[in-house]
Design a protein around this ligand. Structure first.
Ligand code: ZN
Length: 217
């Protein structure tokens, strides 16, 4: 990871993610928009960096979907009343990779999502950038290109639950401290990866990292 964040992989603690936080994405999977944030976690062992190399992914359990998301690194412990801008030290564009066929089965049974969301290399992180404040974040867009074709584009203004609401929810129910990451949900345009796909995560048009998907069978 970059020095910018002062955050190495060994410093990672909790990885929180939010589901269905963009209306059009909830709709594309046939899901209702939730009435309170739908939070799940990933093991720290699921983290991988987008450094241009190959990313090994499981191929024997159905489709592996990409979900590009803004990811924030927490630098200051949560306490009630703290502003999002005071909590966060760095951000990047990441991938919340998902075994979609597995997830569909888990959802039907009401089972936890770990098997669909927590596998090795399922939390993929671009290069960290110093956090510039919410106003700057809102004025730019993140995107994902696969094989040089843009497949997703998002802006935090389209979130169902905004950054402050997510931080207050996660911080008050579960705790939020230095070394924690917050994946903030994916916009519309998710889809299945194919072996050899080249993924490039971008902030305001600038690449923050790329990987080549290697799907093991
Ligand atoms: Zn996601």
């Amino acid at each position: 990871m970059s020095e910018t964040a002062g955050l190495g992989t060994e410093d990672l603690r909790n990885i929180y993610c939010v589901g269905r936080n963009y209306r059009l994405h909830a709709a594309e999977l046939g899901n209702e928009v939730p009435t309170s944030p739908m939070i799940f976690t990933k093991p720290t062992h699921s983290v991988a960096a987008m450094t241009g190399g190959e990313l090994r992914l499981p191929g024997s359990q159905g489709s592996v979907h990409y979900e590009s998301e803004l990811v924030f690194a927490i630098g200051t412990p949560y306490e009630p009343g703290i502003r999002f801008d005071e909590l966060v030290s760095a951000f990047t564009v990441g991938l919340d990779l998902t075994l979609r066929d597995v997830q569909d089965k888990l959802k039907a049974k009401g089972h936890p999502w770990l098997a669909a969301k927590g596998f090795r290399n399922s939390a993929v992180l671009g290069r960290w950038l110093a956090y510039p404040g919410a106003a700057e974040i809102e004025s730019r867009e993140f995107s994902l290109s696969i094989n040089d074709r843009e497949v997703q584009r998002g802006n935090v203004r389209d979130m169902v639950f905004d950054l402050q609401t997510l931080a207050d929810f996660v911080g008050s129910y579960y705790g939020l401290g230095r070394g924690d990451l917050l994946f903030t949900g994916t916009p519309a345009g998710v889809g299945a990866l194919a072996d050899g796909d080249h993924l490039d995560a971008r902030w305001n048009g600038e690449s923050l990292g790329s990987v080549v998907a290697r799907i093991d069978h």
